[in-house]
Design a protein around this ligand. Structure first.
Ligand code: PRP
Ligand code: URA
Length: 212
């Protein structure tokens, strides 16, 4: 398997087990939605492992102590519409105070090129660590467009979380934006002629929202 710098596969057994059920064509909409959220929460655990901590003075019921608190910049979660919305609940369970921005992008079915149709970001986005969330990283076109948008809004520290990534997409994102850290539950084999990930899990948006 190809090695990429700044790309990490989160291969915890719980993630891998849930991912196998997610991929299964027999898995229905309700279970698919629950699994996307659960896997997102577990990947978020890895993606936030390097957040800096600072000492804070607190008082337990028994005595004073120096404890740890997340330091510095706060987080913003940025789902790419639509499918990224499926990852949002799990991540907000883990990081309930995060602000949320939305970027609307879809792939033109003919060209597979991204079309931007919506963008609403927290006002102080340039002072936050932004974590883009999208279950699928295929050609990387949507991810590169989302990262361009965030950088044009002044964001300096960007991470991205996917569930399934294709080597072509990882390559495209890290060539355009080598400073971005990508975390995924799997690195799959390749894209097919319609730019769908193989073996993949099909159309993430349609399976989350039951639109096909
Ligand atoms: C999917 C997916 C990503 C994009 C990945 O969205 O959720 O955003 O495709 O493909 P890429 O890496 O080749 O750009 P889609 O365009 O199907 O839109 P949807 O979520 O609205 O269904
Ligand atoms: N978008 C999806 O939802 N699935 C793919 O395999 C590729 C892009």
């Amino acid at each position: 398997m190809k090695e990429f710098q700044n790309f990490m596969v989160c291969n915890h057994p719980l993630i891998q087990h849930k991912l196998s059920i997610l991929r299964d064509v027999e898995t229905g909409c309700k279970e698919f939605r629950e699994l996307v959220s659960e896997i997102a929460m577990l990947v978020a655990y890895e993606a936030t492992r390097d957040l800096p901590l600072e000492d804070v003075e607190i008082e337990t019921p028994l005595e004073k102590m120096t404890a740890k608190s997340i330091a510095g910049k706060k987080l913003a979660i940025i789902p790419i519409l639509r499918a990224g919305l499926g990852m949002e609940p799990g991540i907000l369970t883990l990081i309930p105070a995060a602000k949320v921005g939305h970027i609307g992008l879809y792939r033109d079915p003919e060209t597979a090129l991204p079309v931007t149709y919506y963008c609403k970001l927290p006002q102080d986005i340039s002072e936050r660590i932004a974590i883009i969330i999208d279950p699928m990283l295929a050609t990387g076109g949507s991810a590169v467009a989302a990262i361009d948008l965030l950088k044009n809004s002044g964001v300096k520290h960007i991470k991205m979380m996917n569930i399934v990534a294709a080597p072509e997409g990882v390559e495209a994102v890290l060539s355009a934006h080598p400073d971005v850290q990508i975390y995924a539950a799997a690195l799959d084999r390749e894209l097919n002629s319609h730019s769908y990930i193989l073996p993949g899990l099909g159309d993430a948006g349609d399976r989350i929202f039951g639109t096909k």
